[in-house]
Design a protein around this ligand. Structure first.
Ligand SMILES: *[C@@H]1O[C@H](CO)[C@@H](O)[C@H](O)[C@H]1NC(C)=O
Length: 374
């Protein structure tokens, strides 16, 4: 009896000893991890503003994201390599890797033959940015995404919550929902990141003042999609159809996405006006194809001075199709204060468009203003 009893006691003692040892090992690991996290945090900017504008010698775009690399790797993300600043800060697709199809970026067959320039595979393999809040990366599954730092401590939390609501609810599956989805949230201590699909092109230059040779039909298709959701100037599009290059009505139509963060040459709503600046062509002036020079351009684009892209008042263009122009005129009044009108405009615009043969929209936009007036 006593033998069994002491055996039990021994087993009991060893269980306790084992758990104490495991406990010590576990807390040592926890402590080590905590110290490591503190080391990473100490290197990273302590607020979003400092992340947006790193301006000390030992904290530039590159350093910040290098310091954040372990966080991203643990989340299965490999950053695209930094390409330097020769044509604005940019990253390039990892060398010796193929482009991957994420369902959000396409090249028109008419641009496929060109090796360089806007709208080509080459340009899709570049990610240009104006500030380092976001970063192009590839997931371990091989999909290209944009990582954005969303919140540091409380800063940015309300916006992240709004975005979560807009980009993850059940209505995200509706065919008329154009919000770009959040793919993944990454939380590291008090810093939150989110990843989004990398989308083909910005809609900032949808009228082709710089490069895309979109027809009136192409543009109206994109504008009406934009009107289906919130009205915003922050839209991306899978590709620019450029029907004017082929003079055929394109069969495949690109989908438009609403974003709340900056990609390439688009800007956040909270971005200070004096920071909403571009220089030359968004893809870098060296890449502009000579044929696009023949097209109307504002003087700022030709000088290499930074310009405010919103001065390119998108509604100062006409189609020479009276019913459509009347509606576009009415859209000029569209701002956040009268946002409800977007539904009316959408109904009128689609009704006008649907009564017209697609070929009649295979025409360029007309500039209503003398470009020299800008
Ligand atoms: C899109 O989906 C989000 C998330 O469910 C929702 O909040 C938003 O209102 C939807 N927009 C439209 C136009 O359906």
């Amino acid at each position: 009896m006593s033998c069994i009893h002491s055996g039990r006691i021994q087993a009991f003692i060893s269980v306790i000893a084992l758990s104490v040892m495991a406990g010590i090992a576990f807390s040592a690991l926890g402590l080590r991890r905590k110290r490591r996290n503190e080391r990473i945090l100490a290197k990273l900017p302590s607020n979003l503003e400092a992340w947006r504008r790193p301006n000390t010698i030992d904290s530039d775009d590159e350093t910040i994201w290098k310091d954040a690399d372990d966080i991203l790797r643990e989340a299965g993300l490999i950053q695209w390599p930094y390409m330097g600043e020769e044509i604005g800060s940019s990253q390039g697709i990892p060398v010796n890797t193929c482009h991957s199809q994420n369902g959000y970026s396409y090249v028109t067959p008419c641009r496929d033959v060109a090796t360089k320039g806007p709208g080509t595979r080459h340009s899709l393999g570049r990610f240009m940015y104006l500030n380092p809040l976001k970063r192009a990366a590839r997931t371990t599954q091989g999909t290209d995404v944009i990582v954005r730092v969303m919140a540091i401590r409380n800063h940015g939390r309300p916006q992240l919550n709004i975005l979560r609501k807009l980009a993850t609810g059940p209505q995200i599956l509706l065919s008329n929902n154009h919000t770009l989805p959040i793919l993944q949230e990454i939380h590291f201590e008090y810093i939150s990141f989110a990843t989004f699909p990398k989308v083909g092109e910005s809609m900032l230059d949808v009228y082709g003042r710089i490069w895309p040779r979109n027809s009136v039909g192409d543009v109206l298709d994109m504008i009406t999609q934009a009107l289906e959701d919130a009205f915003s100037d922050n839209f991306l599009v899978q590709w620019h159809p450029e029907s004017l290059r082929t003079m055929e009505v394109s069969v495949s139509k690109p989908r438009v996405f609403l974003i709340d963060f900056e990609v390439a040459t688009s800007f956040e709503a909270d971005c200070p006006k004096n920071e909403r600046l571009c220089t030359g062509c968004p893809m870098g002036s060296s890449l502009i194809q000579s044929e696009t020079y023949a097209r109307p351009r504002i003087p700022e684009m030709n000088s290499n001075e930074p310009y405010d892209p919103f001065k390119l008042d998108v509604w100062q263009l006409g189609t020479a199709i009276e019913p459509i122009d009347n509606i576009l005129d009415a859209m000029k009044a569209l701002d956040s204060a009268v946002r409800l009108d977007a539904n009316d405009v959408l109904a009128k615009l689609t009704s006008a468009i649907h009564h017209m043969p697609p070929l009649s929209l295979l025409i360029p936009f007309e500039m209503l203003e003398d470009p020299m007036d800008f």
